[in-house]
Design a protein around this ligand. Structure first.
Ligand code: HAM
Length: 424
């Protein structure tokens, strides 16, 4: 490491080239959310600790929260997720909000986790939430939006899968079990990370007898057909949703998986997780579900809600592994090179005239050779370079070089801004 300090473990600095990738990922999210009529919102990074007690997951509250006592003796926490915050905000304004509320945000969060592939201590999350609408249409909208997001990155159907389940399916299926259902749920949640032997051992440790173990197996063997024969409202809801999705774009991406648990206590209905099919990326790409009781529990109206959180770390891993990140050279705008020192002042003025229409970076690096300037423009991610020497000046033109094709063309000064804008 050059210099004495490094970033706090599990966090990232975003240098401009990383920032470009991040911004591109966020731009796709923004445009898909807005195409579904979702509006952006924002919130503070600090919340009163009480917001998370009983309203988030036990694991997050007990092991992952960054919390401290502020100078006014208040117990505060850095937000580990957005759902309690969005619920708090909607409760505060519910009398004035038009239902259903369709909101999205892209924000940073902190959880004290062991950093590793797909897991950091600071990460960004797109949160998409639909509040005040119940039923299959709302669930289907959120799932279709999730698929549209993946498609906006160019993801193919065989590269990701959305696995859905219903919180009550699990609760009713195991209603007569003597063991702690929360502990069993946690074990089912992590079973894909365990070997078959370790999973069986941990089941035994929970105290399940043979009949109960067989029941767990029966549960994990449930599929769409068996779901139809179950006498439970949750099974019926899921079957109807899956049949309905069968007629949409999402059909091939959504499958039923009884093993999906989700760690948050606030989920009440549909729960889902999106997985990357690339073998290197074992962590869920994103996840969410229906949380119909949370707003009421927080003293608000009895509004149902459904949504999901998509993390930037897992998303970037997905995009890299499947070669879906845009190639370098994705920087919009123009690099204005310097051919002759005598023309720098004039050219700088020309750059100023172009700027209301297009971004222009003017070369100020001294008298480097032209080839070096082109290298610099390429490293900075530009595709186009502008050139104006005495020949171009005499002809009333500016030359435009395309670094991806190597081709150069002459553009007249007249109408130059519009011609460049068309290439952005
Ligand atoms: P979550 O499953 O905890 O759900 O997080 C959703 C996504 O955020 C994960 O799938 C992952 O992409 C990303 N994520 C979470 N923790 C980390 C981490 N330590 N490092 C990197 N990425 C991470 C929730 O947060 C729910 N509040 C989502 C939700 C919104 N449910 C309804 N609305």
């Amino acid at each position: 490491m050059a210099g004495g300090f490094s970033a706090y473990p599990g966090t990232r600095d975003f240098f401009p080239e990383e920032m470009r990738v991040r911004q591109w990922m966020f731009d796709c999210q923004q445009s898909v959310c807005e195409s579904y009529g979702y509006e952006p919102y924002g919130a503070p990074i600090l919340e009163l600790m009480d917001l998370y007690r009983q309203k988030s997951s036990e694991e997050i509250v007990n092991e992952q929260l960054y919390s401290f006592i502020d100078r006014g003796e208040r117990e505060v926490a850095i937000r580990p997720e957005m759902t309690p915050t969005v619920a708090r905000m909607v409760v505060a304004r519910s009398a004035r909000l038009q239902r259903p509320v369709r909101w999205y945000s892209i924000a940073n969060f902190m959880r004290y986790e062991r950093p590793g592939r797909g897991r950091l201590r600071e990460f960004y999350q797109l949160n998409v939430d639909l509040l005040g609408a119940s039923g299959m249409l709302a669930d289907a909208e959120v799932l279709c939006l999730a698929v549209a997001l993946m498609q906006s990155y160019g993801a193919r159907r065989d590269q990701f899968v959305i696995r859905i389940n219903h919180r009550s399916l699990y609760d009713t299926f195991f209603a007569d079990l003597s063991v702690d259902l929360k502990l069993l749920g946690r074990l089912l949640d992590k079973r894909e990370k365990l070997t078959a032997e370790n999973f069986a051992r941990e089941l035994k440790e929970l105290g399940l007898d043979d009949r109960e173990e067989a029941r767990v197996k029966e549960y994990l063997d449930l599929d769409r057909e068996k779901l139809k024969s179950l006498d439970s409202p949750a099974a019926r809801e899921l079957s109807i949703l899956l049949d309905y999705l069968g007629d949409t774009d999402a059909a091939e991406s959504v499958v039923f998986d009884p093993g999906i648990m989700r760690g948050f206590d606030y989920y009440t209905g549909l729960i889902f997780e999106v997985n990357d099919c690339h073998p290197e990326n074992k962590r869920a790409l994103f996840g969410g579900g229906r949380y119909d009781a949370l707003l009421k529990q927080m003293g608000g109206p009895d509004w149902p809600a459904v949504g999901f959180g998509m993390g930037d770390v897992t998303l970037e891993n997905f995009l890299r592994s499947h070669d879906l990140l845009p190639a370098a050279g994705n920087r919009s705008g123009f690099f204005f090179a310097s051919l002759e020192a005598e023309l720098d002042l004039e050219n700088q003025r020309l750059a100023d005239k172009l700027r209301p229409a297009v971004p222009v970076e003017f070369y100020l690096g001294g008298r480097s050779k032209f080839g070096k300037q082109l290298e610099l423009a390429e490293k900075k991610g530009y595709r186009y370079v502008l050139l104006r020497g005495s020949t171009e000046k005499a002809e009333g033109n500016v030359a435009l070089k395309d670094l991806t094709t190597g081709k150069q063309e002459s553009l007249p000064l007249e109408g130059l801004a519009a011609a460049l804008k068309a290439r952005c």
